[in-house]
Design a binder for this molecule. Structure first.
Ligand SMILES: [Ca+2]
Ligand SMILES: [Ca+2]
Ligand SMILES: [Ca+2]
Length: 845
């Protein structure tokens, strides 16, 4: 083996020189590049027989050492060379073998490779390949196709590639649980999973390390690279789960994916690929159990230079004869596809790649062998094609997504659409599929670099599936209800949803007679353009609409269906209906609030109530009322109505107690809303408190008192029989009365506690005679004041009167006395008159 090391290295060098310089092929005038070097030959003998004994015989014919690898068929065998040789040399050996009369056919067992170019995952918008074609964006109009079918669960799609990521989040469950496919790699070094062929097609990674590619190693001369996850990327384009809020959407949502692992590290042998084709369609492959789930669609996003290998061609013919449609990548070498296999094999639909703009992707092969083009991405003008991969650079690590470009990415778009065409019209042959694809293709935009070079146009999935449907149903009536289901979302109990339209179309060639439309569940018809009376007839290609509303009467998820009975094939047609009955509900917490005793006319501190919207529908609040001696003081609940509180949300109400009476009082916080059951109001409790004022006695009478003298003191008791402190603001006395003491405050303001009392000592100091009224007044916080005590007293004083007021004596002789006249002095006062002196102020009297 040591002697082969330099030869291997030289062979690899030779291969890459040819690739880089684009040297014309030795044997084929119209082949611009050479297939990769190989170390294997496929030889078909004229008679069946054990191949192992043929090795030495054929080695003598070929003039080189040959080892027996395995049986390809009962008459066909794979032989190994001592080292990989350039394709031309292996072809020369094959030609020598073909000259042997025992040999029917001999070819190099060429290596083929994934037809893609990976790149950094830079993508802002990656959905364009599936969108409807529009100026400047040439997608495949998948939504139109999906109106007709999302795939047939009984139709199998085979993917011949690097293997599967069976548990990728966007691919899990998309293969048959009992049959994920097969690992066809027979070469241990390329397989990388520790064995040869096995029933697990999982992709362990197709990375090539520098050690593996080193001189003398089995993969000597291979390009050192990270794992591509190419097979998973292709599988995602065909069948990644849509509408799962993850990753991407594949073209087909129902048909199982069957993985044939035929490419490993540094490509895969044509013999393994041909076996993969045969196994995929349920044909016998030497040494393997038969595939119990034959595929109708085969995707081959792979290839390599060279004319179509006859063994591969035979396998493709066999697959076609089994009814399978084979779709192959045109190749990425920017040259005519007739130099690239299996694109140049008969019985394949060969797919070139366009970028978003509908121009040929700069790498895409082209030419007369190309049947049509499909989105493959072109990083020089668009975002490439985004699909399912793994983040591992060698072995699998985490689910991931990445944007690749290539005819590898264009091909699965076609394979996916073909699977949808066969879902609506299983009778189509491969030739009919191709003719429909070409007839319905979107024309290349004006001046596109693809015109005349990339087949009939750009894949139009919507038009192709539609045409496949029409072809199937030209002689019958075919009712189609669109959309495939109606979802109404949440709807408040007892209310009707907005109307959604269901379109009835007659896709068949004969008149459709609709005889009944029945609803189940909380759904019913509401208008639409279809007649109200049944039966009615719809001509071919005509459509009308039924309006549908959801009017729930029970809470929670609800399903129903609309069932159309007609003369259509597959009648009755049903459309699932779904919706959720929602209810608004509200609760207050806590159930009651108790406030501390609060003085009348003052306000308490706030206490908080929480209002929660506990139903499944938004709570519409019509109002929040608070009764009794309570007021709202804040919180974030709405203050203007109506207002909405989303389901699950809550808000707060702050409430104060503002008593108006000194009693225990009760109030309520109540809600007016759309809640099905009214929220229990919150009880509010509090006791008002107030001061009171009492006097004892209520009036005070003093004994008569001589003016200018001071009476004995009398006591007035002032009491607060209330429940709040009494504020004493001032105490005043009017009249001839004065305060001389007592326990009540003497400076103001002052406070008299609830249930306390004090005294005021008062005396009477009359300044004049007679009745003297006075008042003790108390100014306080008791409403309606001031209140007071009336004071009564009587001032006493002496008085006199003289009668008459004047005395006249008349003329009188000097020296002689007059007659006596009498002057009467009377004591007219309240007390005895004390006479201190009586004087006359003229000596003549
Ligand atoms: Ca294996
Ligand atoms: Ca395996
Ligand atoms: Ca998805």
């Amino acid at each position: 083996m040591n002697s082969s090391i330099p030869l291997r290295a030289m062979a690899a060098l030779f291969f890459f020189t040819l690739m880089l310089l684009q040297v014309p092929a030795v044997r084929s005038a119209d082949s611009a590049t050479m297939p990769a070097p190989t170390d294997r030959l496929i030889v078909q003998m004229r008679e069946p027989g054990a191949g192992a004994q043929l090795a030495s015989t054929l080695a003598a014919v070929a003039g080189v050492e040959l080892s027996y690898i395995r049986a390809f068929d009962e008459d066909t065998h794979i032989f190994g060379l001592a080292q990989a040789l350039p394709h031309a040399e292996v072809e020369a050996l094959a030609e020598r073998l073909r000259d042997d009369p025992e040999v029917l056919l001999a070819t190099p067992d060429t290596l083929l490779f994934p037809a893609f170019e990976a790149s950094d995952p830079l993508y802002q918008e990656y959905g364009w390949p599936l969108w409807a074609p529009a100026l400047g964006s040439y997608g495949i109009d998948l939504s139109r196709a999906w109106d007709l079918t999302q795939g047939d669960p009984n139709l199998v799609i085979a993917i011949l590639d690097t293997g599967a990521l069976l548990n990728h989040e966007d691919l899990i469950g998309r293969h048959l649980a009992t049959n994920p496919g097969y690992d066809m790699l027979s070469d241990l070094a390329r397989a990388g999973d520790g064995n040869g062929r096995d029933p697990d097609p999982s992709d362990p990674g197709d990375f090539v390390t520098s050690n593996e590619a080193a001189s003398g190693q089995p993969l000597a001369g291979c390009t050192v690279s990270d794992s591509s996850w190419h097979g998973a990327h292709v599988a995602g384009i065909i069948g990644a789960t849509a509408n799962n809020a993850r990753g991407i959407a594949g073209v087909n949502q129902s048909s199982p994916l069957l993985y044939l692992r035929v490419l490993g590290k540094c490509g895969g042998y044509i013999s393994d690929i041909a076996d993969g084709v045969r196994w995929a369609v349920g044909l016998n492959v030497s040494g393997l159990p038969r595939n119990p789930n034959p595929a109708r669609v085969i995707n081959m996003s792979l290839g390599g230079s060279g004319t179509c290998n006859s063994f591969l061609q035979q396998a493709i013919n066999d697959a076609n004869n089994q009814g399978a449609v084979v779709i192959a990548a045109a190749g990425n070498s920017n040259q005519a596809a007739d130099t690239y296999q299996p694109a140049n094999c008969g019985g394949t639909i060969t797919v070139a790649a366009v970028g978003r703009t509908g121009w040929r992707a700069r790498y895409s092969n082209y030419g007369p062998l190309v049947d049509l083009a499909a989105p493959g991405g072109d990083r020089s003008v668009d975002t490439q094609i985004f699909s399912t991969v793994n983040s591992g650079r060698t072995v699998p690590v985490n689910d991931s997504y990445s944007a690749y470009q290539g005819t590898s990415m264009a091909t699965p778009h076609v394979a996916g659409v073909v699977s949808l065409m066969l879902a609506v019209n299983p009778a189509l042959t491969a030739a009919e599929v191709l003719s429909i694809l070409q007839a319905t293709a979107t024309p290349f935009p004006a001046e596109s670099s693809c015109i005349g070079l990339c087949g009939a146009g750009i894949l139009n999935g919507g038009a192709a599936v539609d045409a496949a449907t029409r072809r199937a149903y030209s002689s019958i009536a075919l009712a189609q209800l669109h959309p495939l289901s109606l979802h109404f979302g949440g709807q408040l109990l007892g209310t009707a949803s907005a109307t959604q339209l269901l379109t009835l179309s007659n896709r068949g060639g004969q008149p459709l007679t609709a005889s009944a439309l029945q609803f189940s569940g909380a759904f019913r018809r509401q208008g639409g353009t279809c007649p109200n009376q049944f039966p009615f007839t719809l001509a071919s290609e005509m459509s009308c609409t039924f309006g549908v509303i959801f009017n729930p009467d029970t809470i929670g998820q609800q399903v129903g269906q609309v069932l159309l009975t007609s003369n259509s094939v597959a009648s009755p047609h049903s459309v699932p209906l779904s919706g959720e009955g929602l209810v608004a509900a509200a609760t207050f917490s806590p159930a009651a609030l108790s406030f501390a005793q609060q003085q009348v006319g003052t306000q308490s501190a706030s206490q908080r109530i929480t209002l929660a919207s506990t139903g499944s529908a938004p709570l519409t609040i019509q109002g929040i009322t608070i009764s009794g001696d309570f007021v709202r003081s804040g919180g974030n609940c709405p203050t203007t109505f109506p207002a909405a509180l989303a389901a699950g949300q809550s808000c707060t109400l702050d409430v104060r107690f503002v008593p108006t009476t000194a009693t225990r009082t009760r109030g309520l916080v109540s809600l007016s809303s759309n809640a099905l059951a009214a929220a229990a109001p919150v009880g509010l409790f509090g006791t008002g408190s107030a001061p009171a004022l009492g006097f004892n006695p209520l009036a005070l009478t003093f004994a008569p008192q001589i003016v200018g003298t001071t009476s004995p003191t009398q006591s007035i008791t002032l009491s607060n029989p209330g429940s709040a402190p009494l504020s004493l603001e001032a105490l005043s006395l009017t009249g001839d009365y004065e305060r001389v003491g007592g326990s009540c405050a003497t400076s103001f303001p002052a406070t008299l506690a609830a249930l306390a009392s004090c005294s005021v000592e008062v005396r009477f100091v009359p300044t004049r005679r007679g009745t003297q009224e006075g008042q003790l007044s108390l100014f306080s916080n008791v409403p309606g004041g001031p209140y007071g005590v009336a004071l009564h007293g009587n001032g006493l004083a002496p008085a006199l009167s003289l009668t008459p007021q004047q005395i006249h004596f008349g003329g009188q002789t000097v020296g002689s006395p007059s007659l006596t006249q009498t002057l009467i002095l009377s004591s007219t006062g309240d007390v005895p008159l004390q006479i201190a002196a009586l004087t006359l102020d003229n000596e003549a009297f």
